[in-house]
Write a new protein. Sequence first.
Length: 256
Amino acid sequence: MKNEGSFDSYFSFDKSALRMMPARKQRSNKGDFGRVLCVCGSSGMSGAAYLCAKAAYRTGAGLVEIFTHECNRIILQSSLPEAIVTTYTDDYDKNSLLCSLERADAVVVGCGLGVTPLSRTILSDILHALEGKEIPLIIDADAINLLARNPSLTKYIRGSILTPHFMEASRLLTRPIEELMSDTNSSACEIAQRYGCICVEPTELGTQIHADPLGVIEKSGLGLTPNISVITIFDRPINPIRSHIPGFTRRHIREE
């Protein structure tokens, strides 16, 4: 269902919309279904990286790489052995991250990343490396908190997908959380307009998805597991979300 209003349009999907997804060929392999890079986790936060990568596999990604701190290697390789695990130490060298970004078809950053000077550097390196490239980027959790603390980075997120919960949206917009919760559509649209991005927020409207000309999308779902589904869907050659946003690309926002 699609509806157009004075400010935005919205559409909703149910299970029947899965018919819009391209069928998988019988003769295929993991390389045919995209490679997702999850830049997630930090000390004591291996679970965030695990859930993010697991969700990417469950929603159809062919290959999933986790870029995380070395302290998470053993637990991730034990709990999710099918994932590729690339690690960094406190003596961070961005060359390893840049190599992982070069291999990726889609990227998600932020789940359990932390809000330390090191995580800020990692986020900055990702934003600069992907600037001008047609690679879908989803910015979640601590990466959103880092944007709120470092506004100078927001000029690099045009065309990205932001997935804030209400507290993260409150920090990003510097508005009371109660105010945002009273009008989720307005807050999602404000984020999209202010930063030229796509915004995915929890809503009481079930599976409705809202999109305005600046790229706002509002979708139900709490936490990083539903949100990683978005990046996996955007990684497909054809998908129902793209079909409702004419001319959508990673940098579909026209420069003013």
